[in-house]
Design a protein around this ligand. Structure first.
Ligand code: NAP
Length: 289
Protein backbone atom coordinates (compact mmCIF):
# COMPACT_ATOMS: atom_id res chain seq x y z
CA UNK A 1 0.00 0.00 0.00
CA UNK A 2 1.34 3.39 -1.02
CA UNK A 3 0.57 6.27 1.37
CA UNK A 4 1.10 9.80 0.06
CA UNK A 5 -0.39 13.29 0.36
CA UNK A 6 -3.52 12.24 -1.57
CA UNK A 7 -4.36 9.16 0.50
CA UNK A 8 -7.95 9.19 1.80
CA UNK A 9 -8.55 7.65 5.21
CA UNK A 10 -11.50 5.60 6.43
CA UNK A 11 -11.69 3.66 9.66
CA UNK A 12 -13.76 1.94 12.31
CA UNK A 13 -14.47 3.47 15.70
CA UNK A 14 -15.42 1.29 18.64
CA UNK A 15 -14.20 -0.07 21.93
CA UNK A 16 -12.61 -2.54 21.72
CA UNK A 17 -11.62 -2.57 18.02
CA UNK A 18 -8.54 -4.76 18.09
CA UNK A 19 -10.51 -7.84 16.91
CA UNK A 20 -11.96 -6.08 13.83
CA UNK A 21 -11.86 -7.78 10.40
CA UNK A 22 -12.87 -4.59 8.58
CA UNK A 23 -9.33 -3.47 7.61
CA UNK A 24 -8.88 -6.78 5.74
CA UNK A 25 -12.09 -6.15 3.75
CA UNK A 26 -11.57 -2.46 2.93
CA UNK A 27 -7.85 -2.46 2.24
CA UNK A 28 -8.30 -5.45 -0.09
CA UNK A 29 -11.08 -3.62 -1.97
CA UNK A 30 -9.05 -0.38 -2.20
CA UNK A 31 -6.00 -2.19 -3.49
CA UNK A 32 -7.96 -4.21 -6.05
CA UNK A 33 -9.83 -1.13 -7.30
CA UNK A 34 -6.67 1.02 -7.38
CA UNK A 35 -8.12 3.56 -4.91
CA UNK A 36 -5.66 5.61 -2.87
CA UNK A 37 -7.45 4.76 0.38
CA UNK A 38 -6.30 3.38 3.73
CA UNK A 39 -8.57 1.91 6.42
CA UNK A 40 -7.53 1.82 10.07
CA UNK A 41 -9.03 0.98 13.49
CA UNK A 42 -9.72 3.76 16.03
CA UNK A 43 -10.29 2.80 19.66
CA UNK A 44 -12.51 5.49 21.17
CA UNK A 45 -12.69 5.75 24.98
CA UNK A 46 -16.02 5.79 26.83
CA UNK A 47 -17.79 9.13 26.59
CA UNK A 48 -15.79 10.37 23.57
CA UNK A 49 -18.06 9.28 20.67
CA UNK A 50 -19.11 12.86 19.80
CA UNK A 51 -15.55 14.14 19.90
CA UNK A 52 -14.47 11.24 17.69
CA UNK A 53 -17.14 12.00 15.05
CA UNK A 54 -16.33 15.71 15.01
CA UNK A 55 -12.59 15.00 14.98
CA UNK A 56 -12.92 12.52 12.11
CA UNK A 57 -14.79 15.13 10.08
CA UNK A 58 -12.23 17.84 10.90
CA UNK A 59 -9.43 15.51 9.81
CA UNK A 60 -11.12 15.11 6.41
CA UNK A 61 -11.82 11.36 6.83
CA UNK A 62 -13.80 10.02 3.88
CA UNK A 63 -15.93 7.73 6.00
CA UNK A 64 -16.18 5.72 9.20
CA UNK A 65 -17.62 2.47 10.39
CA UNK A 66 -19.07 2.48 13.87
CA UNK A 67 -19.15 -0.61 16.03
CA UNK A 68 -20.07 -1.60 19.58
CA UNK A 69 -20.79 0.33 21.81
CA UNK A 70 -21.30 3.48 19.73
CA UNK A 71 -23.88 2.57 17.05
CA UNK A 72 -26.64 4.62 18.71
CA UNK A 73 -24.46 7.08 20.62
CA UNK A 74 -23.07 8.71 17.43
CA UNK A 75 -26.50 9.62 16.00
CA UNK A 76 -26.86 13.07 17.69
CA UNK A 77 -23.51 14.10 16.20
CA UNK A 78 -24.48 13.46 12.57
CA UNK A 79 -25.73 15.96 10.04
CA UNK A 80 -28.30 13.50 8.72
CA UNK A 81 -29.45 9.91 9.24
CA UNK A 82 -30.74 7.59 6.52
CA UNK A 83 -34.41 6.57 7.15
CA UNK A 84 -33.62 2.83 7.60
CA UNK A 85 -30.88 3.61 10.15
CA UNK A 86 -33.26 5.96 11.91
CA UNK A 87 -35.98 3.30 12.20
CA UNK A 88 -33.45 0.75 13.42
CA UNK A 89 -31.95 3.33 15.78
CA UNK A 90 -28.38 2.28 14.99
CA UNK A 91 -25.77 3.54 12.56
CA UNK A 92 -22.70 1.54 11.49
CA UNK A 93 -21.48 3.68 8.58
CA UNK A 94 -20.75 7.41 8.36
CA UNK A 95 -20.46 9.00 4.93
CA UNK A 96 -18.82 12.39 4.48
CA UNK A 97 -21.23 15.02 3.12
CA UNK A 98 -21.14 18.83 2.96
CA UNK A 99 -21.14 20.08 6.58
CA UNK A 100 -21.09 16.73 8.42
CA UNK A 101 -21.43 12.94 8.23
CA UNK A 102 -24.58 11.14 7.11
CA UNK A 103 -25.31 7.92 9.03
CA UNK A 104 -26.39 4.63 7.47
CA UNK A 105 -27.05 1.12 8.70
CA UNK A 106 -25.44 -1.39 6.32
CA UNK A 107 -25.86 -4.40 8.65
CA UNK A 108 -29.38 -5.24 7.44
CA UNK A 109 -28.73 -4.44 3.76
CA UNK A 110 -25.60 -6.59 4.29
CA UNK A 111 -27.68 -9.52 5.53
CA UNK A 112 -30.11 -9.04 2.64
CA UNK A 113 -27.31 -8.98 0.04
CA UNK A 114 -25.74 -12.08 1.62
CA UNK A 115 -29.12 -13.82 1.30
CA UNK A 116 -29.43 -12.77 -2.34
CA UNK A 117 -25.91 -14.07 -3.03
CA UNK A 118 -26.84 -17.36 -1.33
CA UNK A 119 -30.00 -17.58 -3.48
CA UNK A 120 -32.29 -17.21 -0.44
CA UNK A 121 -35.49 -15.21 -0.79
CA UNK A 122 -37.03 -13.56 2.30
CA UNK A 123 -40.00 -11.95 0.50
CA UNK A 124 -43.24 -13.80 1.25
CA UNK A 125 -41.60 -16.20 3.73
CA UNK A 126 -42.68 -17.33 7.20
CA UNK A 127 -39.77 -15.94 9.21
CA UNK A 128 -38.61 -17.05 12.64
CA UNK A 129 -36.25 -14.82 14.62
CA UNK A 130 -34.38 -16.20 17.61
CA UNK A 131 -33.47 -13.39 20.01
CA UNK A 132 -34.79 -9.93 20.77
CA UNK A 133 -31.65 -7.84 21.13
CA UNK A 134 -30.52 -4.97 18.91
CA UNK A 135 -29.75 -7.15 15.89
CA UNK A 136 -32.93 -9.25 16.19
CA UNK A 137 -34.98 -6.06 16.26
CA UNK A 138 -33.22 -4.83 13.10
CA UNK A 139 -33.87 -8.20 11.40
CA UNK A 140 -37.58 -7.88 12.28
CA UNK A 141 -37.61 -4.42 10.65
CA UNK A 142 -35.86 -5.82 7.55
CA UNK A 143 -38.45 -8.62 7.41
CA UNK A 144 -41.32 -6.13 7.43
CA UNK A 145 -39.54 -3.97 4.84
CA UNK A 146 -39.13 -6.97 2.53
CA UNK A 147 -42.76 -8.06 2.77
CA UNK A 148 -42.55 -11.37 4.61
CA UNK A 149 -45.77 -13.33 5.22
CA UNK A 150 -45.36 -13.53 8.99
CA UNK A 151 -42.72 -13.22 11.69
CA UNK A 152 -42.35 -15.18 14.93
CA UNK A 153 -39.88 -13.73 17.42
CA UNK A 154 -38.71 -16.16 20.13
CA UNK A 155 -36.62 -14.93 23.03
CA UNK A 156 -35.45 -16.12 26.46
CA UNK A 157 -37.06 -12.96 27.89
CA UNK A 158 -40.50 -13.17 26.25
CA UNK A 159 -41.45 -9.54 27.07
CA UNK A 160 -38.69 -8.25 24.79
CA UNK A 161 -39.96 -10.37 21.90
CA UNK A 162 -43.52 -9.10 22.50
CA UNK A 163 -42.28 -5.50 22.50
CA UNK A 164 -40.50 -5.90 19.14
CA UNK A 165 -43.56 -7.63 17.66
CA UNK A 166 -45.71 -4.65 18.72
CA UNK A 167 -43.22 -2.22 17.19
CA UNK A 168 -43.00 -3.97 13.83
CA UNK A 169 -46.78 -4.44 13.67
CA UNK A 170 -47.09 -0.67 14.11
CA UNK A 171 -44.56 -0.17 11.32
CA UNK A 172 -46.30 -2.64 9.01
CA UNK A 173 -49.76 -1.34 9.84
CA UNK A 174 -50.99 -4.93 10.33
CA UNK A 175 -50.51 -7.83 12.74
CA UNK A 176 -47.81 -9.89 11.00
CA UNK A 177 -45.46 -10.40 13.97
CA UNK A 178 -45.87 -12.44 17.14
CA UNK A 179 -43.52 -12.57 20.10
CA UNK A 180 -43.09 -15.41 22.61
CA UNK A 181 -40.67 -17.25 24.89
CA UNK A 182 -38.20 -19.93 23.69
CA UNK A 183 -40.34 -22.61 25.36
CA UNK A 184 -43.09 -21.88 22.80
CA UNK A 185 -40.91 -23.32 20.00
CA UNK A 186 -42.84 -26.59 20.29
CA UNK A 187 -46.16 -24.99 19.34
CA UNK A 188 -45.17 -23.00 16.25
CA UNK A 189 -47.90 -23.27 13.62
CA UNK A 190 -45.72 -23.37 10.46
CA UNK A 191 -43.85 -26.26 8.84
CA UNK A 192 -41.29 -24.48 6.64
CA UNK A 193 -39.56 -21.49 8.23
CA UNK A 194 -36.73 -19.21 7.23
CA UNK A 195 -35.08 -18.95 10.67
CA UNK A 196 -32.59 -16.26 11.67
CA UNK A 197 -30.53 -16.95 14.78
CA UNK A 198 -29.77 -13.54 16.33
CA UNK A 199 -28.76 -14.42 19.90
CA UNK A 200 -25.20 -14.60 21.23
CA UNK A 201 -25.55 -18.32 21.92
CA UNK A 202 -22.96 -20.52 20.19
CA UNK A 203 -20.36 -17.75 19.89
CA UNK A 204 -16.73 -18.54 20.60
CA UNK A 205 -15.71 -19.85 23.13
CA UNK A 206 -19.08 -21.55 23.95
CA UNK A 207 -19.28 -23.16 20.54
CA UNK A 208 -21.08 -26.32 21.75
CA UNK A 209 -24.25 -24.39 22.64
CA UNK A 210 -27.43 -23.72 20.64
CA UNK A 211 -30.31 -21.63 21.89
CA UNK A 212 -32.78 -24.50 21.20
CA UNK A 213 -31.85 -28.20 21.05
CA UNK A 214 -35.26 -29.77 20.24
CA UNK A 215 -35.02 -31.73 16.94
CA UNK A 216 -38.77 -31.28 16.29
CA UNK A 217 -38.19 -27.52 16.18
CA UNK A 218 -35.36 -27.89 13.64
CA UNK A 219 -37.49 -30.11 11.40
CA UNK A 220 -39.67 -27.03 10.79
CA UNK A 221 -36.70 -25.00 9.52
CA UNK A 222 -36.15 -25.08 5.75
CA UNK A 223 -33.40 -22.46 5.83
CA UNK A 224 -31.41 -21.34 8.88
CA UNK A 225 -29.16 -18.30 9.09
CA UNK A 226 -26.93 -17.94 12.12
CA UNK A 227 -25.71 -14.34 12.45
CA UNK A 228 -22.89 -15.55 14.70
CA UNK A 229 -19.71 -15.55 12.58
CA UNK A 230 -17.18 -16.95 15.04
CA UNK A 231 -17.13 -19.92 14.67
CA UNK A 232 -17.91 -19.98 10.94
CA UNK A 233 -19.95 -23.17 11.50
CA UNK A 234 -22.12 -23.12 14.61
CA UNK A 235 -24.09 -25.78 16.47
CA UNK A 236 -27.32 -24.09 15.31
CA UNK A 237 -26.20 -24.60 11.69
CA UNK A 238 -25.34 -28.25 12.38
CA UNK A 239 -28.78 -28.85 13.95
CA UNK A 240 -30.55 -27.23 10.97
CA UNK A 241 -28.64 -29.45 8.55
CA UNK A 242 -29.04 -32.63 10.61
CA UNK A 243 -32.80 -32.10 10.41
CA UNK A 244 -32.95 -31.59 6.66
CA UNK A 245 -32.57 -27.81 6.28
CA UNK A 246 -29.99 -25.59 4.55
CA UNK A 247 -27.77 -23.55 6.87
CA UNK A 248 -25.72 -20.38 6.47
CA UNK A 249 -23.47 -18.49 8.90
CA UNK A 250 -22.87 -14.80 9.67
CA UNK A 251 -19.59 -14.30 7.77
CA UNK A 252 -21.18 -13.11 4.53
CA UNK A 253 -23.36 -10.58 6.36
CA UNK A 254 -20.15 -9.23 7.90
CA UNK A 255 -18.55 -9.09 4.45
CA UNK A 256 -21.46 -7.34 2.74
CA UNK A 257 -22.06 -4.75 5.46
CA UNK A 258 -18.44 -3.75 4.73
CA UNK A 259 -18.84 -3.86 0.96
CA UNK A 260 -21.95 -1.68 1.06
CA UNK A 261 -20.11 0.85 3.28
CA UNK A 262 -17.20 0.88 0.81
CA UNK A 263 -19.61 1.48 -2.07
CA UNK A 264 -21.22 4.37 -0.19
CA UNK A 265 -17.82 6.01 0.47
CA UNK A 266 -16.31 5.63 -2.98
CA UNK A 267 -19.21 5.21 -5.41
CA UNK A 268 -17.55 1.98 -6.65
CA UNK A 269 -19.61 -1.13 -7.36
CA UNK A 270 -18.09 -4.31 -5.95
CA UNK A 271 -18.88 -7.26 -8.22
CA UNK A 272 -19.11 -10.85 -7.02
CA UNK A 273 -15.53 -11.69 -8.10
CA UNK A 274 -14.11 -8.86 -6.01
CA UNK A 275 -16.47 -9.70 -3.14
CA UNK A 276 -15.03 -13.22 -3.21
CA UNK A 277 -11.49 -11.81 -3.00
CA UNK A 278 -12.41 -9.62 0.02
CA UNK A 279 -14.11 -12.66 1.58
CA UNK A 280 -10.86 -14.60 1.25
CA UNK A 281 -8.87 -11.78 2.88
CA UNK A 282 -11.38 -11.54 5.71
CA UNK A 283 -11.30 -15.30 6.36
CA UNK A 284 -7.51 -15.30 6.25
CA UNK A 285 -7.46 -12.52 8.89
CA UNK A 286 -9.78 -14.69 11.00
CA UNK A 287 -7.62 -17.80 10.41
CA UNK A 288 -10.55 -19.58 8.73
CA UNK A 289 -9.69 -21.80 5.76
P1 NAP B 1 -27.79 -8.21 22.25
O1 NAP B 1 -28.52 -6.95 21.96
O2 NAP B 1 -26.91 -8.29 23.45
O3 NAP B 1 -28.89 -9.40 22.36
C1 NAP B 1 -28.51 -10.69 22.75
C2 NAP B 1 -29.67 -11.66 22.53
O4 NAP B 1 -29.19 -12.97 22.84
C3 NAP B 1 -30.88 -11.42 23.44
O5 NAP B 1 -32.04 -11.78 22.74
C4 NAP B 1 -30.61 -12.39 24.60
O6 NAP B 1 -31.77 -12.82 25.28
C5 NAP B 1 -30.03 -13.56 23.83
N1 NAP B 1 -29.20 -14.43 24.70
C6 NAP B 1 -27.98 -14.15 25.21
N2 NAP B 1 -27.55 -15.19 25.95
C7 NAP B 1 -28.52 -16.14 25.91
C8 NAP B 1 -28.65 -17.44 26.46
N3 NAP B 1 -27.70 -17.98 27.23
N4 NAP B 1 -29.78 -18.14 26.20
C9 NAP B 1 -30.76 -17.61 25.42
N5 NAP B 1 -30.69 -16.38 24.87
C10 NAP B 1 -29.59 -15.65 25.11
O7 NAP B 1 -26.86 -8.65 21.02
P2 NAP B 1 -26.96 -8.17 19.49
O8 NAP B 1 -26.15 -6.94 19.33
O9 NAP B 1 -28.39 -8.17 19.09
O10 NAP B 1 -26.14 -9.33 18.72
C11 NAP B 1 -26.72 -10.62 18.55
C12 NAP B 1 -25.85 -11.51 17.67
O11 NAP B 1 -25.70 -10.97 16.37
C13 NAP B 1 -24.42 -11.71 18.19
O12 NAP B 1 -24.15 -13.08 18.19
C14 NAP B 1 -23.55 -11.02 17.17
O13 NAP B 1 -22.31 -11.68 16.99
C15 NAP B 1 -24.37 -11.15 15.92
N6 NAP B 1 -24.02 -10.11 14.92
C16 NAP B 1 -23.57 -10.52 13.70
C17 NAP B 1 -23.22 -9.59 12.74
C18 NAP B 1 -22.72 -10.07 11.40
O14 NAP B 1 -22.26 -9.23 10.60
N7 NAP B 1 -22.78 -11.33 11.11
C19 NAP B 1 -23.34 -8.22 12.99
C20 NAP B 1 -23.83 -7.83 14.24
C21 NAP B 1 -24.16 -8.79 15.20
P3 NAP B 1 -32.39 -11.95 26.52
O15 NAP B 1 -33.13 -10.80 25.87
O16 NAP B 1 -33.27 -12.89 27.22
O17 NAP B 1 -31.23 -11.49 27.35
Amino acid sequence: MKIDGYTRVCGVMGNPVEHTMSPAIHNTLAEALGENLAYVPFRVPTGAAGEAVRGAYALNLLGMNVTVPYKSEVIPFLKETDPLAETIGAVNTLVRTEGGFKGYNTDMPGLYRAMCEDGVKIEGEDVLILGAGGVARAVAILAVDKGVRQVHILNRTAEKALKIADEVNDLAGRALAKGCGLEDCASLPGESYLAIQATNVGMFPKTEEAVIEDAAFYRKIRIGYDLVFNPARTRFMALVEENGGRAFGGLKMLLYQGIIAYELWTGARVDSGLAERAYGAMKEAMHIS
